[in-house]
Design a protein around this ligand. Structure first.
Ligand code: SF4
Length: 321
């Protein structure tokens, strides 16, 4: 049986707009009652359009965004209730790989100093042990130790992302959040980084939360996939369940945009209209304004989650018995 590393219960994250197209002081309901387990050693991907709440959910897990209520349990303690010392300890165990490796590395620091930093701040290792550690991690991501005295601008985009991955590994975290880890890279380099992430997960039993809009990356990397729409998880299942037997109309519409990744017998749906504003989500099923199957009750009630199998769950009235 799989063991949960992270257990999220009924999480709500809201924030106020300061300005912009939505206006001032509007409440954004970014994450709306999300419950989700992330199992040790898996890659769980979250898919959905921009503005669906996936990045806010990820930031809440890293404590970079304040949750309004709910629980995020990491190894059974609720991280929303941690004191300052607890947060410091938690942050050693969770790391992030960013979309743009260049902006995530300090251009004025040599790579060796960038990699030393987390060990100097968080451990009592001697200089010799730190160097040994750095050389191990840089080899792990497929780079030569001779590169350690260079600056970020002396590397290609793919090499910089390898360095960013090495930095994320320095404290030997248990959980890594990868936010669009290859979307800023040339297509020719993307496959190398994707393979590296897969290797690291398999060799070291690392747990990843993968945030990306790229369904081909999700199909290759993810063990399970959660589909998010307007702050809610509308479907979750194994890679096979989502790509071969998608159930929610929104999942089918997302997959219709990438027909090469799915079987021919999967119903093709075209998304109508834009994502409604997260400051003013529709009543009832949040997807009813764009759903070709919407019924009267979809306008009035939000469907409960239905178990289709031990691993496959969907929120849609079409599957209520
Ligand atoms: Fe469509 Fe209704 Fe299902 Fe929502 S509950 S996805 S509106 S059929």
């Amino acid at each position: 049986m799989q063991k949960e590393l992270i257990k999220i219960n009924n999480l709500h994250v809201e924030y106020k707009t300061s300005n912009g197209i939505l206006g001032k002081n509007k409440t954004i309901y970014a994450v709306n009652g999300v419950s989700l387990d992330i199992y040790k050693g898996e890659i769980l991907a979250i898919a959905g359009e921009s503005g669906c709440g996936k990045s806010t959910l990820a930031k809440a897990i890293l404590k970079l965004e304040q949750a309004k209520n709910g629980e995020i349990c990491f190894e059974e303690s609720d991280i929303l209730k941690l004191d300052k010392k607890g947060v410091k300890e938690y942050r050693k165990k969770v790391q992030m790989i960013f979309q743009n490796p260049y902006s995530s590395l300090n251009p004025k620091m040599k790579i060796i100093d960038t990699l030393k930093e987390p060990l100097k701040i968080n451990t009592n290792l001697s200089e010799k042990e730190i160097i040994k550690n750095i050389e191990e991690k840089i080899a792990l991501v497929g780079l030569d130790k001779n590169c350690l005295n260079l600056y970020p601008h002396e590397f290609s985009g793919g090499q910089r992302q390898r360095i960013a991955i090495a930095r994320a590994l320095m404290l030997e975290p248990e959980f890594i959040l990868a936010d669009e880890p290859v979307s800023a890279l040339d297509v020719s380099i993307q496959a190398q980084i994707i393979n590296l992430l897969k290797d690291l997960k398999e060799k070291y039993n690392l747990t990843f939360l993968l945030i990306t809009h790229d369904l081909s990356v999700i199909k290759f990397l993810a063990d399970r996939i959660a589909i998010m729409y307007l702050g809610e998880i509308v479907e979750i299942g194994t890679n096979k369940e989502i790509f071969s037997e998608p159930k929610h109309p929104y999942t089918k519409a997302l997959l219709s945009a990438a027909p090469q990744l799915t079987k021919n017998n999967i119903e093709k749906l075209t998304l109508k209209g834009d994502l409604p504003s997260p400051s003013n989500p529709p009543m009832g099923c949040k997807f009813h304004t764009r759903c070709p199957f919407a019924m009267q009750k979809c306008h009035e009630q939000n469907p409960q989650e239905i178990n289709l199998s031990n691993t496959h769950k969907v929120k849609c009235f079409l599957y209520c018995k």
